[in-house]
Unconditional design. Structure first.
Length: 157
């Protein structure tokens, strides 16, 4: 049997991903800059990729946790649904940003019946459709459209 890793070495890739997100957040608003940088399509594409990876992780954690710990599994499934809502909003925001200064609304539209013009649009739309397929298999439309109920900001213990 493999012994569990000590806490400081547990889940090194998750720790590295979290550190990368924190670093990028700081880089978007350097202290000497008068204005923070605006979101652009490249940022939202990378953020969407990160969110969909988290979706897959939460899905697996919820599935594995639900049988032995149903209440915790339900909470993880709820977190999965809320994360999907955020992922969907990032995808929609991506399409509202101009590809370049001359892009019009038609060029920004997400058209699942047509192939997008190439990366990053093709990439984000394919990733979003694949993630949406998984989410919709496990979640009802009512759950997907339900606003987040009043969340307590205190620890449940």
């Amino acid at each position: 049997m493999i012994s569990p890793a000590p806490p400081e070495n547990a889940h090194p890739y998750l720790r590295a991903a979290s550190a990368g997100v924190r670093h990028h957040t700081r880089a978007l608003a350097p202290p000497d800059a008068a204005q923070p940088r605006l979101a652009d399509r490249q940022h939202l594409d990378v953020l969407h990729a990160h969110l969909t990876a988290l979706l897959h992780l939460l899905d697996r954690l919820a599935e594995a946790t639900r049988p032995p710990r149903p209440a915790a599994g339900r909470l993880l499934a709820t977190a999965h649904t809320r994360l999907w809502q955020a992922t969907n909003d990032v995808h929609n925001a991506f399409h509202l940003l101009p590809a370049d200064a001359s892009a019009d609304a038609e060029a920004r539209a997400c058209r699942p019946d047509h192939l997008p013009d190439g990366p990053p649009v093709l990439t984000i739309c394919q990733r979003h459709l694949a993630a949406g397929h998984v989410v919709r298999r496990k979640t009802t439309p009512a759950d997907l459209n339900t606003p987040v109920p009043g969340h307590a900001t205190t620890c449940s213990q």
